[in-house]
Design a protein around this ligand. Structure first.
Ligand code: ZN
Length: 318
């Protein structure tokens, strides 16, 4: 059996896992990232987490075909530097190269959203596809593009920023400085913000009562209200699905991938989300008369996608 070390470097925690050649996680751990910290400190924290992970699994570096790490930023594949990781305060730091020197094993790095897509492609709901898009709906909207088994990251390792495609010119403001971005309509934060607004306008609705009691309507509250046929929740959700499907249709029109998977917190809505999205896309996609069309589904690896995708960089699956 071959093993790889997968690392998912997040702003709050650094997760590690030993991944087998059939895509199973046999041991896992996590440590606090400990922000704010210097890049050097973050490197040492990661090295410590990796060594502990090996120890816990009863393995030595010699048992591994290598390690892969997903970073919340841009990793330059030629220099093995983290070029830019906004939330970590890291610019042009040779994180991957240094990690390789410290651990004494091959280490490859990539963007965390790209690696989540690679994970789904290798061992999740994207298995068997030749091209795949993963659209992650969380605090923001991110994603990854896999073409013929490889990550497409553009000329500058910064591709697949699906969230910053404008779907409503002059629309809601976005953190990137533009208006009307997909992210401002299709992120989980956009859904709950709209639900709060609607709830305040309809105090007698189910979400209105939740709002009055707690000051906020969560994704879970919306899901529950939909199940109980709350009209206000349905109005918010229908609008959300309309914009989500518009963005997804745009992506399908451009890429026509074998599969498009929806991941992130919103994917917990399951069929309530999937069915109307499929209907909208079926109506509006350019390829509606084609015999073959993109399959739209829900990502299956949840929070493990990034760890498994990181491990996949080591070729443990080949
Ligand atoms: Zn934007």
């Amino acid at each position: 059996m071959k093993y790889a070390l997968g690392i998912d470097f997040g702003g709050t925690t650094i997760k590690t896992a030993i991944v087998t050649s059939d895509g199973q996680i046999i041991s896992r751990g996590s440590v606090p990232t400990g922000m704010p910290a210097t890049p050097e400190r973050l490197l040492q924290t990661t090295v410590g987490a990796c060594r502990r992970q090996l120890e816990e699994a009863g393995l030595t570096p010699a048992d591994l075909c290598g390690a892969g790490i997903g970073m919340p930023g841009t990793v330059n594949q030629e220099t093995d530097c983290v070029e830019y990781a906004n939330n970590l305060g890291m610019t042009s730091f040779p994180f991957i190269r240094r990690l390789r020197d410290e651990l004494g094993i091959p280490v490859s790095g990539g963007n965390d959203a790209d690696l989540a897509a690679l994970g789904e492609y290798m061992a999740g709901a994207g298995k068997g596809a030749s091209s795949l898009l993963l659209v992650t709906l969380g605090t923001g909207v991110g994603g990854g593009i896999i073409v013929n088994g490889r990550i497409w990251s553009g000329c500058n390792d910064a591709a697949a920023e699906f969230g910053h495609m404008v779907i409503e010119a002059g629309g809601r403001p976005c953190t990137c400085g533009r208006r009307g971005c997909f992210e401002a309509y299709a992120s989980a934060s956009a859904l709950t913000a709209q639900a709060d607004k609607k709830a305040a306008e309809h105090p007698d609705s189910l979400i209105g009562k939740v709002y009055a009691a707690s000051g906020h309507v969560s994704g879970k509250d919306i899901l529950q209200a939909l199940k109980e046929k709350d009209a206000a929740a349905k109005e918010v959700f229908d609008e959300y699905v309309y914009y989500l499907a518009m963005g997804i249709t745009n992506l399908i029109n451009i890429f026509q991938p074998d599969k498009l998977l929806i991941g992130g917190g919103i994917s917990n809505f399951g069929d309530l989300l999937l069915e109307p999205v499929r209907e909208h896309v079926k109506t509006y996609r350019y390829s509606r008369y084609s015999e073959k069309n993109t399959e739209i589904g829900i990502a299956s690896l949840k929070n493990d996608a990034g760890l498994i995708g990181a491990a996949a960089l080591t070729k443990v699956f080949e």
